[in-house]
Design a binder for this molecule. Sequence first.
Ligand SMILES: [Zn+2]
Length: 188
Amino acid sequence: MSVEEMPPAEPGAKGRSGCLRAASISCLSVLVAIAAITVWTYFLVTQNPVYRHAYNQAVLVAECQLHLQDRSSGVDIGDALERYARRNGKYPSSLDDLYPDFLDNRDLLRCPADKGSKGASSYKYTRPAMDAPDDTPVVICRNHPVLRGQEPWMLTLYKNGRVIIRPGQVKPELKAPSTTSKMHRQPA
Ligand SMILES: [Zn+2]
C-alpha cells in the first residue's frame, strides 16, 4: 500500500491517545499515593509508642481468641470442653482437668498476654450445667489493656463455642466531668 493509498488518520485518534496518557498518569499517581500511605502507616505503627502498643495488644487478642476457639485446627479450649462434657456427662470443675487427655498443649490454658506466674490457667472459668443455655458464658479473659485509658478488652467463650470480643470502656476517672447547668429562674 503506497503512502497515497493510506487512509487518513481518524479525527479523534489524537484525542484518544491523549486520554490514554492522562489515564496512565492518573493510575501512576494513585499507585504512588498508595505506596506513600503504606509506608507512612508502617512508620506510624512501628515508631509511635501508642500505636505500637495498640498493635501489639491487638495481636495478643487474636492469639488469645485462638486459644479459646480455633476452627482451623480444632485444638482449642472450647473444643476440649465440649469433648470432655460428651465423654463425662458434665463439664470439668477446672480448666486444668482438660490437660492432657483433652488438650495436649498446656500452654493453651494461659492467655498469651498474661505475664504472671506460670502454671495454673489464666482464664476465669465458670462451670456450666449440661443443660445450661448455649449463650452461657464459660471462659472469660480480661488480660488485654489494648488502649491506654480504657478498661481491658474482654474475650468471652460461650457454651456453644462462640467467642465474643468486647472493647474496653473508657476508665471512669478519665471521663470528662459532666457539666450540670443550673437554671436560674427569674423571680416572678
Ligand atoms: Zn487473653
